[in-house]
Design a protein around this ligand. Structure first.
Ligand code: ARG
Length: 635
């Protein structure tokens, strides 16, 4: 084999298209010269429309084409085991993969990897040795889990799985909002209205939220001017005490944190999400915070601003913002400390309030430094909604300005943003329409799915655990809706559409997986059909049905999709892949029938077809798992 191959980023043993690309590149290198190798390899793309499978845009070849024209190149390319036809069309070279080789190799690869416990089909080792820290979800303690937190959780867990599938070592981190003026109000509220006993015996998140709502409406938003003024002063005092490390308040917040985490773990578990670390603003080290401020001071980057002047870091909707008050009694302390990022068009984020308390952005900067020290990540992602675009741009910029920062923030940190979801109303909770506890959404989805599956009593009988099944389908509906559009697209939350079993929905993915499983069970029971060994199956028997070729080609592209979705940080790439797969499968049911063939004496054909479906099921299942869905076997 050519010494240049396999090229970096190429894994022919796990990705059939890598084999094809390698072969085309090497063949074209004999025609065009060695320098064509990497250029060709990197430029081969999957054709959008038939009849060819792959395409090479001629302009991409540039100088390596020398003065040959594309048709001459095509004419010189000798068809072989892997490529059966080459054509020059307009400004591109097109290639058809030899169907028989593709059927045998792709199905063989999928089936044998599904049988061994090693790396699954579609995964690769490109990220081996690299470490990712990914922060997502990050709700504020004692507050409802709003849609932004949910979309962050859904996208975050899928990206974590995608990185792992690409060979990275992944640490999933939840950075709880357990600090700031809002928490100061919460601690004050708990002292005034809270009960330790209720805290320990009730759902702590709901309980703390109810305490928060009491102080918020009775004292903070009251029409009584004096009372309101006193409360504002109290929030300031409490926040100050927190910053100074008042043991009583810190202990209280620690307890809120611990109890909330226990509750979060349960609900995340139901959502099929596990975190490696529950971090939080409270845990950011005072030492790093001080170091950041000292260093920025030393570099002459800090400026004093009145708080109206400095733009407060935007972190979504927070009604109780810090940094709003001035120390009337101490004019020298009237100024907040900010950093002027106007030359980067990033405003003047405030790092320290006039009373010395820290802002969220300062904590984020120090937290990044703490995390680098702890994890030595190659990359750290923050999966947070796009209302915080400015916040993260400022945060990363400040880190890159810091002279003693031990890592290159502009290279290693990335904000994975997403748009907001519209129209997220639920009936029961009397909170802002976008702020709904995750549990409530899951309950509603589950109930809707339960109704659906109860509608066909014969099937319902066969389901072992209808509660769990409806919960899983409901969760699939929610997650798929959150992921099917590109991150940047906002979408309209729609209960009817997302819970439908038709169209591009989560339930339809589950339905197809279940149908594949039940077909497999049926032919095993009725026809005694099962795949015993790969060697005995003649995949060329699939050649007569074009639908089979389409499915196999789509299966061949899965490893590429796993790579691309990582590059774009778009779980939607994977969702789109799944939808296309289930559509191909559903159009194959009529033409590629398995049932009954054995009795007609066509056992070999039946086996080859069964292999096709088994492989399709395996890939659909793997893709669903990467999206953190649990593929169901019955429903
Ligand atoms: N807790 C914040 C919120 O609910 C999100 C935190 C995002 N992460 C960060 N490192 N700032 O809005």
């Amino acid at each position: 084999m050519d010494p240049h191959f396999p090229l970096p980023k190429s894994e022919p043993s796990a990705n059939f298209l890598d084999t094809i690309r390698t072969s085309i590149a090497s063949n074209l290198a004999t025609i065009l010269g060695d320098e064509a190798n990497p250029v060709v390899y990197a430029s081969i793309e999957i054709s959008r429309e038939g009849p060819y499978d792959l395409e090479l845009a001629v302009p991409k070849l540039g100088a390596v084409l020398k003065d040959m024209n594309p048709s001459e190149v095509a004419a010189k390319y000798t068809p072989d085991e892997l490529i059966e036809a080459v054509a020059a069309s307009g400004s591109s070279l097109s290639f058809s993969i030899r169907s028989a080789s593709m059927m045998r190799q792709v199905l063989g690869m999928i089936y044998s990897t599904s049988q061994s416990s090693e790396r699954g089909y579609g995964t690769n080792t490109l990220g081996n040795g690299k470490r990712l820290v990914i922060e997502f979800s990050s709700p504020d303690i004692a507050m409802p889990f709003h849609v932004g937190h949910r979309r962050s959780t859904v996208i975050g867990v899928a990206l974590s799985n995608l990185y792992a599938a690409n060979g990275w070592d992944v640490t999933k981190l939840n950075y709880l909002g357990d600090w700031g003026a809002q928490c100061a109000l919460l601690t004050a509220g708990f002292e005034k209205y809270g009960s330790k006993e209720q805290l320990e015996t009730e759902d702590p998140i709901l309980y703390l939220y109810s305490v928060y709502l009491v102080i918020y409406s009775a004292d903070f938003k009251t029409k009584d001017g004096q009372r309101k003024q006193n409360t504002k002063q109290m929030v300031k005092d409490y926040f100050n005490r927190l910053e100074k490390g008042d043991p009583h308040l810190i202990e209280m917040l620690q307890r809120f944190r611990e109890l909330s985490i226990l509750e979060y773990i349960k609900i995340y578990e139901r959502f099929n999400v596990q975190f490696d670390v529950y971090d939080g603003e409270l845990l950011v080290s005072a030492e790093s915070i001080k170091k950041v401020m000292d260093q920025l001071g030393k570099q002459g980057l800090l400026i004093g601003v009145t708080t109206e002047d400095g733009r407060k870091p935007k972190r979504g909707k927070r009604e109780v913002e810090e940094g709003e008050n001035k120390h009337e009694d101490n004019p020298a302390k009237d100024l907040a400390l900010a950093i002027d990022l106007n030359e980067f068009k990033l405003g003047k984020p405030v790092l320290q309030n006039p009373d010395g308390t820290t802002t969220h952005i300062l904590r984020d900067i120090a937290a990044a430094i703490d995390r680098y020290q702890k994890y030595h990540f190659d990359k750290m992602l923050y999966v947070v909604g796009n209302q915080q675009d400015l916040h993260f741009a400022q945060c990363f910029k400040i880190l890159s300005l810091l002279k003693d920062c031990t890592f290159d923030a502009s290279e290693k940190l990335k904000h994975i943003n997403f748009s907001q979801v519209k129209g997220m109303a639920t009936p029961s909770l009397a909170v802002a329409s976008d702020a709904v506890f995750l549990k409530e959404i899951l309950d509603i989805a589950k109930e809707k799915m339960m109704k659906r599956i109860k509608a066909s009593p014969e099937k319902f009988e066969t389901i072992e655990d209808p509660e769990l099944t409806s919960d899983q389908i409901g969760m699939t509906a929610i997650k798929v809706q959150d992921m099917q559009a590109k991150r940047i697209m906002s979408y309209q939350f729609d209960w009817d559409r997302m819970t439908s079993f038709e169209g591009d929905t989560g339930p339809y993915l589950q339905y197809t997986h279940v149908r594949l499983c039940s077909m497999e069970r049926k032919v095993s029971l009725e026809d005694g059909l099962a795949i015993s060994s790969l060697e005995s199956i003649d995949t060329s028997l699939l050649l007569s049905t074009p639908e089979a070729r389409e499915i196999v080609f789509h299966l061949a592209t899965f490893p590429d999709v796993v790579r691309t979705a990582l590059k774009t940080h778009e779980p939607s790439n994977l969702v789109t892949y799944c939808f296309k797969l289930v559509h191909l499968i559903s159009s194959a049911w009529e033409t590629i029938v398995v049932e009954g063939l054995v009795y007609r004496g066509e056992k070999e054909v039946a086996e080859a077809r069964l292999l096709l479906y088994v492989c399709a099921k395996s890939v659909l299942g793997s893709a669903m798992k990467m999206l953190s869905l649990t593929p169901l076997e019955r429903m």
